[in-house]
Design a protein around this ligand. Sequence first.
Ligand code: ADP
Length: 387
Amino acid sequence: MSFPTIGVVGGGQLARMMAPAATNLGLRLTVLAEGDDVSATTAAQYTVGDYLDLETLRAFAAEVDVVTFDHEHVPADHLRALESAGVNLQPGPQALQYAQDKLLMRQQCDRLGLPNPPWAAVSSVTELLEFGDRNGWPVVLKTPRGGYDGKGVRVLRSPEEAQDCRDWFELDFEALLVEDLVPFSRELSAQVARTPSGRTATYPVVESVQTDGVCDLVTAPAPGLDPRIGGAAQEAAVALAEGLDVTGMLAVELFETPGIGPGFMVNELAMRPHNSGHWSMDGAVTGQFEQHLRAVLDLPLGSTEPVGAYTIMKNCLGGANQDLYSSYPGAMAAYPQAKIHTYGKSVRPGRKIGHVNVIAAAENELDEARAAATAAAAIITEGQEHE
Ligand code: ADP
């Protein structure tokens, strides 16, 4: 059997959704899971181990042909040690640091000439106040590392609010990132896959609606997007993938800023499949999970062509319904066009437990598709009585 084995560090839903893509291609996939009960364990072969422990990572890597990731949290030192030992890491530590650290990411965007909001590294409330006084309030203060789903992000509307951030400067960071509050019209995401030998494939730029810092609804492609902005955003994603030597899937989260710069600014990077790309599982010729596997194996990339005019992706966040399966008959009967994905997770309020994709075959079906995806997701999260 010459089929390779892919090792995925982290057992969340992204690792889980790589499993069927691997199965379809006859690839072997194994997961280094945080525990027996995480999302990927009911879908893939796995071993339980701590990704913070270098020896555990070494032992895991020894059993696979390529190591890739469900998340960005493996310490950079460990990644470098693995790389020095000859482990095939995709993406490698050189690239991953820019998804791990927002200050380093901002520096790289400047270096590559890509549009950043005005930003600075600040190590004290005094420096924070200086930035706000210079650039105007409000500002956004971010921890460079460890943030997700809006945690580690604080909007400061005034110097008085900045005074309340003293505790953040006592955290274990040399500096925090402060940037202008961008007056964006909406949030976009540009995804590209890149192989170690340098092939790239871009997906259409999508619109992503975030609620309380969490991705809620994605429309692919972004409706009404100026093709020049879309094209420039795709070029920026390729420039980042090439400039930072990213392999696998890269998601570039963007703010749309019509009339300012090229019409967008970079928000942050994710070097793995991303929530804003879940639409592609049903809405593109090649879904992002298959594309990620192709990319990390240095295989030719698949077509990213959409299969309908639009695809809607609606996230399911934990709600009142604890027994997700009990909602399936109702959701499936009412919305046969909905592609339902759930992640094998226990339900907790606000937790990402699944998503629903609905394809709009034509432009004039977009509203209907959005309504159907939203209603099907609500049945799943809230239960049948909320239909
Ligand atoms: P996380 O790492 O938690 O995903 P982000 O840096 O993406 O954090 O910020 C979370 C959300 O906060 C963004 O999706 C956006 O809605 C808002 N946000 C972040 N930075 C800015 C900014 N500079 N201007 C305006 N809104 C911002």
